[in-house]
Design a protein around this ligand. Structure first.
Ligand SMILES: CC(C)(COP(=O)(O)OP(=O)(O)OC[C@H]1O[C@@H](n2cnc3c(N)ncnc32)[C@H](O)[C@@H]1OP(=O)(O)O)[C@@H](O)C(=O)NCCC(=O)NCCS
Length: 264
């Protein structure tokens, strides 16, 4: 019969577990024979996974704080110009070389402070909505699902799918892999699981939005076959106040991706 979270085609059953060898290159070299046995399982979320799933989600969001504050500035030429202007103004106002040298540090400190403020309230928002009860939000309703990647009996990655009936798309959400297990193809296996789910349930496309600064997330979605459909510099994260100081010290780029499965 149909599994939880599945819609339509109740006759199309699917295996609850998909085993993916995350290291196909192993086995080619004798030294890595043992590691070939290392395989990740993608399976549906169970209540007992909650703590680990939340930890991975929490850590994935928290690492955005320094990334958005520091790396993010390279994506914001207007802000760079503004900070340079403020530093020069600091010299003319204070006539102090020491204070002027401190200006960039103060600006970076303020960026860190505002990134932490906004991203923590975004996290709070998530922990009070879908992530407050994964089972109730993703597993019980039809048209949504949540999976975990398990390696050596340990949860090492998460991903969610949420169907949107209005435009017949599935949204890929909450993708995150434990930092100790990255670069092994685990996110790709989780992403494929969402694509499979969308195909089985006759959705027309898989969509997602991301504010990730690091290249890894963008490369991941491109390698799964997604195309970027839009990019916005003036995005408002849930939990943002848009006060003038917040605008000065926190900017985020939002990208939307889409993978078309069939003609609409
Ligand atoms: C983004 C993230 C999920 C990737 O997880 P991962 O398991 O390391 O990714 P994979 O090993 O499956 O790699 C998949 C693809 O991503 C790309 N990629 C992964 N890590 C990369 C890196 N450090 N630099 C550049 N590209 C990278 C590669 O294109 C790779 O495909 P390929 O092996 O065919 O070249 C992980 O870094 C993460 O959890 N980050 C924090 C949370 C987050 O940002 N989530 C995304 C929210 S939208």
């Amino acid at each position: 019969g149909a599994l939880r979270g599945e819609r339509r085609n109740p006759l199309l059953s699917q295996p609850p577990c998909v085993e993916v060898n995350v290291r196909p290159e192993f086995g080619r070299t004798p030294a890595a024979k043992d590691a070939a046995r290392e395989a990740v399982f993608i399976r549906e979320f169970e209540r007992a996974d909650e703590e680990e799933a939340l930890r991975i989600f929490h850590e994935g969001i928290m690492e955005r704080i320094p990334n958005t504050a520091f790396r993010g500035i390279w994506q914001q030429p207007r802000t760079q110009f503004l900070y340079a202007l403020l530093t020069v103004m600091c010299f003319f106002v204070t006539k102090s070389v020491t204070l002027t040298c401190c200006a960039p540090l103060i600006l970076m400190g303020a960026r860190y402070y505002y990134s932490r403020k906004v991203i923590q309230s975004y996290l709070d928002c998530a922990l009070h909505t879908d992530m407050a009860d994964i089972e109730a939000y993703y597993m019980r309703p039809t048209g949504s699902c949540f999976w975990v990647a398990v390696l050596d009996g340990r949860v090492v990655g998460i991903v969610a799918a949420q169907g949107h009936e209005d435009d017949n798309t599935v949204e890929l959400r909450r993708m995150s892999v434990d930092s100790r297990y990255r670069g092994k193809g685990i996110a790709k296996a989780l992403g494929r699981r969402v694509l499979e789910y969308a195909v089985r349930n006759n959705y027309t496309a898989v969509v997602l939005g991301t504010t990730a600064v690091k290249l890894a997330a963008h490369k991941l979605y491109e390698s799964l076959g997604f195309h970027r459909t839009s990019q916005s510099e003036d995005y408002r994260l849930p939990g943002m106040s848009r006060s003038p100081l917040e605008r000065l010290f926190f900017q985020i780029r939002h990208s939307r991706y889409r993978l078309q499965l069939r003609e609409e």
